[in-house]
Design a protein around this ligand. Structure first.
Ligand code: ADP
Length: 245
């Protein structure tokens, strides 16, 4: 191996996915996710972004190809053994548990000692600016606050990789823009790897280090934001990225 090149955290090689045995919704995906980057998967509805994220999370299996984590295949590793943080729009909080217990949940199931749980929950809540809210219940919080709790829950076990699927989709525009800035800042502070699915060009371009532009089950271009603007690789990328205003 060439030691000058850092090994990517994740590598997809020749990954394909069909749900019905006929049409490929992910055609042939070769994708490298670099350690510490904020990577967005951007594209129109139905282009295969969520399927790609679900395969990375382990909730869907590729029909062909492999997914490697740190060079080791995880293609058949179940989700709970992958140890990724996850924030999905439909990945709701437990309404009957307090905010603190919601955030503690990933540590409780991992049988972390109680004293350590308390420290880590306080730290995670502070990270998302919800200090002092541990005893509230989700129903007592605003949409934005609830999404921050979900984020704290995803970060509390200090995962190396955090997967997010349209996590801000349910929020109004003003709150969404505020949360985008917060997420970007949190990513900078933590230095962990974020993979973020969105169909919103502005969102992807505001937050990401790199963007993978999907269309029709394929990545059209994966590049830094400035390069997507300056040197789009085809008409689709130029049109879709250029449509962000
Ligand atoms: P995106 O996230 O870009 O909107 P998806 O990955 O959700 O795209 O969907 C890609 C294609 O796969 C779509 O045509 C969608 O209808 C189809 N699809 C997604 N999930 C399933 C499923 N569980 N069963 C059958 N088809 C699915």
């Amino acid at each position: 191996m060439n030691s000058a090149l850092p090994r990517p955290l994740v590598r997809f090689t020749g990954v394909q996915k069909t749900y019905d045995g006929l049409s490929l919704v992910v055609r042939s995906l070769d994708l490298e996710i670099q350690r510490g980057e904020f990577l967005s998967l951007l594209g129109p509805s139905g282009s295969g972004k969520t399927t790609t994220l679900m395969m990375l999370a382990g909730f869907e299996s590729p029909t062909a190809g492999d997914i490697l984590l740190d060079g080791a295949p995880i293609t058949r590793t179940p989700p709970h053994k992958r140890n990724f943080g996850m924030v999905f729009q439909n990945y709701a909080l437990f309404p009957h548990l307090s905010v603190g217990d919601n955030v503690a949940y990933p540590l409780t199931v991992r049988k972390v000692p109680k004293a350590e749980i308390a420290t880590r929950v306080a730290k995670a809540l502070s990270m998302v600016q919800l200090d002092g809210k541990a005893d509230r219940f989700p129903g007592q919080l605003s949409g934005g606050q609830q999404q921050r709790v979900a984020l704290a829950r995803a970060l509390v076990f200090e995962p190396q990789l955090v997967l997010m699927d349209e996590p801000l989709g349910a929020l109004d525009k003003q709150l969404r823009e505020h949360m985008q800035i917060e997420l970007k800042e949190l990513h900078r502070q933590l230095g962990v790897t974020f993979v973020y699915v969105t169909h919103d060009q502005g969102e992807a371009l505001t937050m990401s280090d790199r963007v993978a532009v999907f269309n029709d089950g394929e990545i059209q271009q994966i590049d830094r934001v400035d390069r997507l603007y300056e040197t789009p690789s085809n008409r689709f990328v130029a049109g879709f990225v250029g449509d962000s205003t």
